[in-house]
Ligand binder design. Structure first.
Ligand code: NAI
Ligand code: SF4
Length: 517
């Protein structure tokens, strides 16, 4: 009998190690030989610990399966044809999974993260093989044609960035993976690095070859200890098997990738701060221009991308740009890994082509609030993303549609709140977060965020409507100054959650709806 349980750190936090142990003990008591494989996670966190079993019809699931029930599930498998209150049936038919379009997470739950053979058996390295056939310019053209845009949040066309790096003449170039995933509610980068590290390594390799870099860095936040360890070992394996090193797969090309750990600063997710940190300095934002694509790490042209951007590349090369472009809508092509978190019944990863609505994501996939209360608001795109009201939930999840309602998709994290949430406190938190994480380089952000917390406090303590109105006017002006005067997105975007919370929920601020527009 072969069973599967995830080794992903979120799944482990929910008890998969204990369930695995209990299952092994239950099998030993019955004198049974069972194999328990520890795979990547499906991203169905609401069902963890999720036990899967191989059957002729595919994987059959049980979950959430606490250790205490492992014995009874094993009994049901042996004696009752799998009939059990925790039985989920064939996993691929679960609506949550069946409705997804998994390209980035095609192997999620199926392979063991550190088995290069599993990776190869599931289509791994076909993209690199094709890229080596196409050569640098052909690979770049393929990425341009795919319509891929940066998945870190800014959605800049990836191929245009590649072209800038490729065309800049220099005596050395770098590729850097930004794995400093710091947004609240985000976990897709972590899941991918822990679950499918060779996909990221393959994506970085293709990118490096296309832009002419022979050295690269993976900048992983130190809080992601399991991801960092998985990547460290995966890099070693890739090197041993000739997928990195002086003569990559016999191509004569050289590529070295190294792992670097961040030290817990949100701002190191901003690309120029990250480059400072990689160079051994304090993570502080550099003014742009020059763009990193022209003068980045150690002053050389540097291709900086988020984990998911780089991890999208192997599929594009393996299956072709038209295949990838077919997913999504408008100028948002391909798939996006949405991450459902906060007060939501079915939290987890939903990968779909752009264009589904936020309502589908929160209600159909998420099942509404975990508390059973009505959904009050959702924040999309991390702590600097706008709060959306349920009236806005029909907005399509694509970059342009979100920008049109004054919001952003960012990195695809979605945090759901129920009707007991005080949105004024959430607005205050955004300012406080900015004050704590500001790198201090520019005044609107460094000083403005601290003053912002104070103004919100005064607004909430104000005794009458006229006083509240005065503080609101000041808060709005301060937000305008931060938006237009900040050097980077941290200060520039903080007004977004603050103003959207006030405009969507003026009553929580004691404000008259007529004055918040
Ligand atoms: P940006 O718009 O300045 O740049 C986007 C990317 O395109 C950068 O890599 C930039 O160097 C590059 N670029 C711009 N023009 C170019 C050109 N002409 N040629 C070549 N490359 C060019 O945005 P920024 O400040 O890098 O990112 C802001 C975004 O980061 C926000 O929208 C937010 O969603 C996101 N964010 C993500 C977080 C996460 O945890 N993933 C955390 C915080 C913010
Ligand atoms: Fe630093 Fe904030 Fe200015 Fe960005 S906006 S450069 S984080 S002080």
């Amino acid at each position: 009998l072969t069973f599967h349980l995830s080794c992903d750190s979120a799944a482990r936090a929910l008890g998969t190690d204990q369930t695995a142990r209990a299952l092994a003990e239950a099998a030993a008591r019955r004198g049974l030989e069972v194999e328990i494989r520890r795979n990547s996670s499906r991203g169905l966190y609401w069902l963890e610990p999720l036990l899967e079993m191989d059957t002729p019809q595919g994987r059959f699931g049980f979950g959430p399966l606490p250790a205490a029930q492992a014995d009874s599930v094993l009994g049901a498998v042996l004696e009752a044809d799998g009939q059990h209150p925790l039985a989920l049936g064939p996993l691929e038919r679960l609506p949550y999974l069946a409705g997804q379009q998994r390209l980035l997470f095609a192997r999620a739950g199926l392979t063991r993260p550190l088995s290069l053979d599993d990776y190869l058996a599931h289509g791994g390295y076909r993209g690199l093989t094709h890229a080596l056939e196409l050569g640098g310019q052909g690979t770049l053209d393929c990425v341009l044609e795919s319509g891929l845009r940066g998945r870190g949040g800014a959605a800049f066309p990836a191929g245009v960035k590649w072209r800038t790096v490729r065309e800049t003449v220099a005596d050395g170039k770098y590729v850097v993976c930004n794995a400093d995933e710091g947004d609240s509610g985000s976990f897709a980068d972590r899941m991918l690095m822990e679950g499918d590290p060779f996909l990221l390594i393959e994506g970085m390799s293709i990118a490096a070859l296309a832009v002419g870099a022979n050295r690269g860095y993976l900048y992983v936040r130190s809080e992601y200890a399991a991801a960092a360890e998985t990547l460290r070992r995966a890099l070693e394996i890739a090197r041993q098997r000739g997928y990195l090193g002086p003569n990559l797969q016999g191509s004569g090309l050289e590529l070295e990738l190294e792992l670097r750990l961040g030290a817990g600063a949100y701002i190191c997710g901003e690309e120029t701060s990250m480059l400072e940190s990689l160079e051994g300095r304090r993570g502080e934002v550099r003014a742009k221009p020059p763009l990193p694509a022209i003068s980045g790490l150690f002053g050389r042209p540097t291709l900086v991308h988020n984990v998911l951007t780089l991890a999208s590349v192997p599929t594009i090369l393996a299956r072709g740009a038209p295949y990838y472009r077919d997913f999504g809508v408008g100028r948002s092509r391909g798939t996006m890994a949405f991450q459902l978190a906060g007060n939501v019944r079915r939290g987890g990863l939903v990968e779909r082509g752009f264009g589904l609505s936020l309502r589908e994501l929160i209600e159909d996939y998420g099942g509404g609030c975990a508390s059973g209360r009505p959904v009050k608001a959702a924040q999309v795109g991390g702590p600097l993303g706008a709060w959306l009201t349920p009236e806005q939930f029909d907005t399509a999840l694509d970059y342009e549609a979100f920008a049109a309602v004054g919001a952003m998709l960012g990195h695809g994290g979605v945090v759901v709140c129920d009707d007991s949430t005080d949105m004024a406190r959430m607005a205050r938190f955004a300012m406080q977060f900015c004050a704590a994480e500001s790198c201090g380089k520019c005044t609107p952000c460094r000083i403005g965020s601290t003053r912002g917390v104070e103004v919100i406090d005064r607004l909430l303590a104000a005794g009458d409507a006229a006083e509240r109105r005065r503080h609101w006017t000041l808060l709005r002006d301060l937000c305008e100054t931060m938006r237009h005067g900040s050097l980077c997105a941290l200060g520039g975007l903080t007004p977004s959650p603050v103003l959207s919370a006030a405009r969507g929920f003026p009553a929580d601020f004691g404000l008259d709806p007529a004055i918040v527009e």
